[in-house]
Design a protein around this ligand. Sequence first.
Ligand code: ARG
Length: 608
Amino acid sequence: METLNGSEIQREILLNPNESCWGGYLFDLCAYSKTLFKVAIERSFPQLQGLPVSVQPCSQNFKADYQCQSALSIFPLVKSQPGAPKSPQEVAELLIEHFPSVSAVSDIGLTGPGFINITFSPDFLCKLMDNIYRNGAVFPKPSHKKRIVIDFSSPNIAKQMHVGHLRSTIIGDTLSRVFEYLGHEVFRLNHVGDWGTQFGMLICHLEDKFPDFATESPAIGDLQVFYQESKKRFDEDEGFRKRAYKGVVTLQNGDPTVTRAWKLICDVSRAEFQRIYDKLDINIEEKGESFYQQFMPSMVQYLESKGLLTIENGRKLMYCMEGKPPLTVQKSDGGFTYDTSDLAALRYRLIDMKADWVLYVVDAGQSLHFELIFEAAKLAGILDPTKHRVEHVAFGVVHDASGKKFKTRSGETVKLQDLLDKAVQHAATIAEEKRAESHEPGSSDVSGKHEVIAYSAIKYADLKNRRTADYSFSFERMMSLKGDTAARLLYSYARIVSISKKAGEFLSGRPPLEKLYHPSEIKLIKQTLRFPEVVRAIEKDLMPHGLCSFLYNLSDTFNIFYRDCKCVEVQEGTVIKVNINRLTLCDAVAIIFRQCFYLLGLKTVDSM
Ligand code: ARG
């Protein structure tokens, strides 16, 4: 290892981090390891710039903490240089020789075909844990604060929200929470479907059945039934169908009576959606398709003026990708479509809202739609890929427990409301069974607890899967205390909290955390300290499941620690001895647990 020269004082601070350097913020060990290797690479090959730096965390059962695999990719780039290393191993040896000497790193070694492993010193790691205990889990302010639009949930008015919208709601909410946590400005937008063909038929049906709807409140409380009636007429009655199509255009042209009818229908639907958002603790702002009507005519004109539209049978189309169908920007009757509203919405978000990122959390079935919209926006000069990040955050289908598409027995899509109610019932039944088994009296505040457990179970069961994969929905599985479930995580957390509770009187005036050397302590510390890099990864890949597996591993490592390391000794109900360092460790771990729960939208319970 080599020491630093005078001109590198600035960097030295970075290389030997201390309290004044992390300033109470979370410290990202993976990013730090990368910095160290970057320095080693630059020093080993001062004449070459931009050599690749790739550093990854070692898998859990590895002896070391982070591994650098750059030697393998650097070797072919340098081997023709005079006096160059003759193998990837030799490159790795050179990197080790030039690796900055920092007290934080206690071990460095070469393994395999040229991998370099580093290990952090327990004292250094204790300092980082102590920092979490004292200052909480706070990220440093981002150097480039982003304006991020997240388009999620987005159900359709007059139709029920279904499990697809549930996925969008859960994933979108977690991504929003993560970006807010990282210090970005997030706009959570509900792009509800409130402007399409279904409104023509709904409004015509309303006009026929409740001509006095403006003065008398009509019985459309069950919008679903109302929708089905109007759909039946639409399918069977040619005259009605024609009127319905006209109705949409009249609505889009701002006719006051039709607009009043439309508003009434939206209000009924909105109240239904809100009930679900309240249950799931979702905060979202409605900016539906209709909001963008004001920009649609000029949008079409603009595309026309740029010569991007083709007219076919009176329809204005935009062909934007070879071999792919065109977007329908305006129908022959003058009406606008889903395509028009999405183009107008994207323009509004990028230009008027000045968003840096626009993310669409929508099922994978709509991939082509978004591919075309993004391409069209590029052609129209609205989206600049060098400036904007615009992505379809696609997700897979939900199957039932037997692997078939999620449907009720009669073949309809499952209503979200019913699904949530069933989950709460399920949680209550399980609790009742447990209570009967243990012969304990039931607690008084059970209903709130069942809801917490049920909704947490549903959210976690969704988030833990790789977003793009399909998954199957099973109440039994998601609520089990065994396996990778919210119930189990909440249980682990309740256990950590109970340790602190037991040791109540030792809670204040803790000395700095130090001297933790038991392998189960070290494992727990190292797992906890991976939190910053796991959250950062979501910024890149938009995949929340990484956070779930992190938390699951954390709970596992905690349980092993709990088994191996006594924190508090109790005799006849009184605490007789406390290991204060372990207590501080538990409290720091609890902070990370809570933060993860928050990001995943799970609420905690103090006992199960
Ligand atoms: N309402 C649509 C649906 O239920 C989803 C809308 C997604 N967002 C968007 N900007 N297209 O399928």
